[in-house]
Design a protein around this ligand. Sequence first.
Ligand code: OOB
Length: 520
Amino acid sequence: MSVVPYPPEFAERYRAAGYWRGETFGGMLRERAAAHGDRVALVGGGERVTYRELDERADGLAAGLVGLGIGAGDRVVVQLPNRISFYEVCFALFRIGALPVFALPAHRSSEISYFCEFTEAAAYVIPDVNDGFDHRRIAEGLKVPHVIVDGDPGEHVSLDSLRGKPADIPGPAPSDVAFLQLSGGSTGLPKLIPRTHDDYIYSFRASAEICGLDETSVYLCALPAGHNFPMSSPGVFGTLYAGGRAVLAPHPGPDTCFPLIEAEGVTITGLVPPLALLWVEAARRTEHDLSSLRVLQVGGAKLSEEAARRVSPALGCALQQVFGMAEGLVNYTRFDDPEETVVTTQGTPISPDDEILIVDDSGSPVAPGETGHLLTRGPYTIRGYYRAEEHNATAFTPDGFYRTGDIVRRTPTGHLVVEGRAKDQINRGGEKIAAEEVENHLLAHPAVHDVSVVAIPDAYLGERSCAHVVTRSPVRVPELKAFLRERGLADYKIPDRIEFVETLPTTAVGKISKVRLRER
Ligand code: OOB
């Protein structure tokens, strides 16, 4: 089975409770276009697109993609930066019932070829050149029927050539999978997360409500558009649901974003902690008027209490902590939470039906207030990864709870506090690195005998990665880094530090002890 469905009794419950309302992405855009067609939906690259235009472009592109042979259920790897075309392509695929697979702009041939092969993708959609990198280079030697380029296509298909006349396309059902998101990952190969129209639309509709979005809201998409946070918490989709306007920033730094905030009257945006700190510093000296900004959301990695306290005074807006995961569960501090709660916790879940379990190593619930493993189940949390039967057996409990790999505790008010992580992952300022994935790449080098990759604390990013390498023949650090780059690994996964060691510490049963390595 490639997708684990919600058990029928749960699906019924979620519908009865009004969470799943039978909406689809395609239908949602159509409704918004009918309700306020002339309002601006998206702003990016100097262009403004109304709801009606977005709706029409999605239809035209859907027809063109169908003409290319892309049909319902087909997977399409989408690696576009924060541009209007990202959403045109998304909605076109949603209309067809084809599934975008959201790659990040930083991914390179190692990740992309895996996504294409694993999902048996029908197409790969890219910009020509972005941030100085020519994405058509990844397309060379890629086993995928169609490469679609937004820009100069070279030998490939130009996105613009697919903009046709709208055709009658049946479209997906609300319970169908809408797209595949990437997991942060803790295993050798990234896992893919199937999200349905029903469950995902609920998550961003409810998020938009929690964040008070309406037609006057202006959301700035500063983080990569394909990531769950700027996509749906409440992100661009939540903003479109509310009839607001989304502004797409090509870069998340203050130099790019502050002028956009001023020019567009941005009211809300979301950042990872290191960027939030950069903004806090830059706000002291900026000449830009940031007074329209009402909320700065921070999530993706732990925001320290000290950092949290600096946000509101520096930016003159409310702080909202967001603790979420592409697998589902998202927590927010609320605007009526006391200031102490906002700076010391990661919030409470979106839904009254988000079930939270905090358990010890043997799986028994811990006493209230104690720290333990976070397990969760609910109306927008997946029941299994895509095509991953074996991994699902351990990543989920037999009764369908997702093991998040996060170590948390719950305060008496029900707020969650993230205290650590049990999964073998490095959270590099919000960018997730599966240690095993990097270890496997290093092990492929002939000079490497054994390796272990762990997180090391970092004042700016929270964590950086460090590889401890046992060699069988002499090799130098730059050589190993170049080797990883040649293998097409995304840059953020290249270890920040590589240490050569004689042996790796082991546990009592002879496994490599990452705890002891981290202590080193
Ligand atoms: C978000 O999603 P992912 O899938 O990239 O990463 C999820 C993991 C969580 O399991 C947790 O380990 C960490 O990222 N995390 C946080 C956090 N927010 C995420 N750890 C501590 N404090 C936080 N506030 O990162 C994501 C998805 C939707 C909304 C926001 C973030």
